[in-house]
Design a protein around this ligand. Sequence first.
Ligand SMILES: Nc1ncnc2c1ncn2[C@@H]1O[C@H](COP(=O)(O)OP(=O)(O)OP(=O)(O)O)[C@@H](O)[C@H]1O
Ligand SMILES: [Mg+2]
Length: 171
Amino acid sequence: MSTDPTSPITIATEPGRAVLRLPSEAATRTLAARLARLLRPGDLVRLEGDLGSGKTAFARALIRARAGQAIEVPSPTFTLVQRYELPGLVVVHADLYRLADPAEVEELGLEEALEDAAVLVEWPERAGPLLPPATLTLRFAFEAAGGPEVRRLVIEAGCGFADRLAALVEG
Ligand SMILES: Nc1ncnc2c1ncn2[C@@H]1O[C@H](COP(=O)(O)OP(=O)(O)OP(=O)(O)O)[C@@H](O)[C@H]1O
Ligand SMILES: [Mg+2]
């Protein structure tokens, strides 16, 4: 098993699902860079997990990896949606934490964005059932053992991502 602290560690895999340990923020960035290469227009990625668990850190690393440089990636907590025209792919980064009512999600244009972009959504739970089905769900959790940078990540792939899951998990 890898002991490289910048590598995600696979804890368990089964069809359509994997559990990883992210020993450091660098490991989170490594995984984000893998997903940056695999994403396609029409993909909707749900980023779930408690406050401060790493959703924005993951999205920022993904967008920077795809940009090929450390561009500014603010948390969309207040703007709710940010759009990035990146080489070969448009990425839309949304944060629904401040959505006052689930129905407001329709005004954000995420469904339209999926026509030409990959969409990353933090706090998708705030939209209730009003979001299109997810291609991929990433659920971040704090891990008590190992230190403040350790996270546990549950990955659930929709059928549209099944053929890419191994590349994401194994690198
Ligand atoms: N392994 C890790 N993965 C991701 N972030 C990490 C990790 N270790 C430490 N961190 C730190 O944890 C914090 C994660 O904050 P981030 O804003 O990404 O959380 P969030 O899930 O987006 O929270 P919110 O629900 O408020 O949007 C950052 O300060 C980041 O540097
Ligand atoms: Mg965030």
